[in-house]
Design a protein. Structure first.
Length: 108
């Protein structure tokens, strides 16, 4: 009985482990009024972290579209992160600097 329970538990761990390994964080650097890289392709569940590497300027990440959302402004040395759980295309720009644009493509 105990052996059967242990085998069932081990099988459950094997099924869960690949999901944990798939979690990833990717960085987008903000410098010289540009997102670098400006276009990213990531898998579902990936966290994207924007890092403000400017010397004096605050930025935000404003997602476009009907479900648009804008982060708070973050200053040099600060970051903003978002985890993408749904496949799709997520265009964005900087709130205060409209010329700064990017896109996240999320796949299964």
């Amino acid at each position: 009985m105990i052996r059967r329970f242990l085998l069932a538990g081990a099988a459950g761990l094997i099924l869960v482990a690949p999901v944990a390994r798939g979690v990833e964080t990717v960085e987008v650097s903000i410098v010289d009024y540009q997102f670098n890289p400006s276009e990213l392709k990531v898998s579902r569940g990936t966290t994207v972290k924007w890092v403000n590497n400017e010397k004096r300027t605050a930025h935000s990440v404003l997602f476009l579209g009907p479900d648009g959302f804008e982060s708070e402004r973050f200053f040099p040395g600060e970051t903003f992160s978002r985890t993408f759980d749904q496949p799709g295309s997520y265009p964005y720009r900087c709130g205060p600097h409209e010329e700064m644009k990017g896109r996240i493509e999320v796949s299964e």
